[in-house]
Ligand binder design. Structure first.
Ligand code: PLP
Length: 481
């Protein structure tokens, strides 16, 4: 294996990387996390030796559990038992908890009285479930944008969907969708609530009205939007919404599809098995109504209860607090990146103001490149030398990244994504900015493997936690898909 030799130029990590109490007193509210998350005080080893408080800027991939969520799970675990299957007291509690969780999740997203809340594994699962329920899904029956995450693209591509290229502004994007819906009828318009690459939000109100005007329904991929903004199906008219617990501070394996009953009621059961039936005879089965119809097998009661606890906690924070916290941090990040020479951020729809933190149609997700350094190397450097966790790659949005590559925003077809959440604080943003400024000024201070080896640090002296050390050889290779 060849090694990319990078001349070390820093003898030790910057002092700001060392473990030290945050200096929050008297600073603006962004100095504090908005809610307590598990792992907030995690320290991680650095390749130079020593350790740093882990800066988690990877909320968009998987967010840490809220303390309130972990506490609720701890309360439930002693009572853990079967759902809809047992006569024991613990089973009765779990059945009640599961159905109460379903109701709470529905309330959180403003489900209409007749909507169904189906508990799934994640957003991918939820959107695949809906894809199997689109009535008469003829080729061309589903329309979606080219900016989508694969989870909101591949299920439709399999049905022979029509793809609309997002325009250079939100208005042009709406016009392009309008032209496509006018050209031929569609059953469903599938759109993300917020881009997992740029954090920008398509104009959902206009797209919803447009879809309905053309006799189509709309499904919103809420994987990124729901953790950042309150969404109400009843108020918005959106027909279906999918999202994941692990991005909403409840990483216990549950996700959701919420929406109109009729399609889900008449669709074939998503999985065939116990719990999804009313009566089975050899050779003939009478299926249950939704949601049970699509929830065969033993349900994930821990995941459902955790997700409901997350919904309750986030709702209690209030929508203004969440967006104000995030807007301040995003502004700090956007302005800080703009001040570092050679850093470019990805934007679908740059705002007239230049895309500062005042743009309400963006969530706390941002992707950038650093001139002269492949995205994977930047991400490895941030982790190895500064204890900052980000994601690099193409973010399961290959068509969108191909567009950014064609536009010259990224030389290697990839980007580095920083994403914020309830546990984020100003110091996290500052740590990233200082590390990037140091990269531009001095280059990395360690050596990194060749591209085909993912630019991992070489050598990598960072030890795994004791409980894992005997079971694994070294840190896992990064996923740059
Ligand atoms: N949609 C968007 C916008 C995403 O960002 C993701 C995951 O990153 C998904 C869908 C898929 O979510 P999951 O992996 O939880 O199924």
């Amino acid at each position: 294996m060849s090694i990319l030799a990078v001349q070390p130029s820093l003898a030790s990590p910057a002092p700001s990387d060392r473990v030290a109490p945050d200096t929050a007193a008297g600073e603006e509210s962004t100095a504090h996390p908005l809610a307590e998350v598990i792992g907030a005080d995690l320290t991680v080893p650095l390749v130079h030796g020593g350790a740093a408080r882990y800066v988690n800027l990877d909320y968009a991939a998987s967010a840490p559990a809220l303390r309130a969520v972990a506490d609720r799970v701890a309360e439930l675990l002693p009572l853990y038992s079967s759902v809809h299957r047992g006569a024991g007291y613990a089973s009765a509690v779990c059945t009640s908890a599961y159905e109460a969780a379903r109701a709470e999740i529905g309330r959180f997203v403003g489900a209409r009285d007749d909507d169904v809340v189906i508990l799934t594994r994640n957003t991918t699962d939820a959107l695949n479930l809906l894809a199997a329920a689109v009535p008469g899904a003829a080729p061309g029956g589903v329309v979606h944008l080219d900016i989508e995450h694969h989870a909101n693209l591949l299920p439709w591509q399999r049905l022979g969907s029509r793809v609309v290229q997002a325009g250079g502004t939100r208005a042009q994007t709406v016009a392009a969708v309008a032209a496509e819906l006018a050209a031929a009828p569609a059953a469903l318009l599938a759109v993300t609530g917020a881009s997992n690459v740029t954090g920008e939000c398509p104009p959902l109100a206009e797209l919803t009205a447009l879809a309905h005007r053309h006799g189509a329904r709309i499904v919103v991929d809420g994987a990124q939007l729901v953790p950042h903004r309150r969404v109400s199906l009843a108020a918005s008219g959106v027909d279906y919404l999918a999202f994941s617990g692990h991005k909403l501070y409840a990483p216990y394996g549950a996700g959701v599809l919420v929406g109109r009953r009729d399609w889900l009621e008449s669709a074939p059961p998503y999985l065939a098995g116990g719990g999804a039936v009313r009566e089975v005879r050899l050779g003939r089965t009478e299926w249950a109504d939704a949601p049970a119809r699509h929830e065969a097998g033993t349900p994930n009661v821990i995941g459902a209860v955790a997700l409901a606890a997350a919904c309750r906690t986030v709702a209690a924070l209030g929508p203004d607090a969440v967006s104000a916290h995030e807007r301040a941090l995003l502004g700090r990040l956007t302005e800080g990146l703009a001040a570092i020479d050679g850093v470019r951020t990805f934007r679908l729809w740059p705002s007239a103001s230049g895309g500062g933190g005042d743009d309400l149609d963006r969530i706390g997700v941002l992707t950038f490149t650093v001139d002269g350094y492949p995205a994977a190397l930047v991400a490895q450097y941030l982790s190895a030398e500064h204890g900052v966790g980000v994601r690099d790659g193409r973010f399961c949005a290959h068509p969108l990244l191909a567009r950014f590559a064609a536009d010259g925003v990224t030389a290697d077809g990839a980007g580095v994504r920083a994403s914020l959440g309830l546990g984020s604080r100003a110091e996290d943003v500052d740590r990233l900015l200082a590390a990037l400024a140091s990269l531009r000024a001095h280059g990395p201070a360690w050596t990194y493997a060749a591209p085909e080896a993912g630019y991992v640090p070489v050598p990598d002296p960072r030890a795994l936690p004791d409980w894992l050390a005997s079971a694994a050889a070294g840190p896992a290779a990064p996923c740059s898909a």
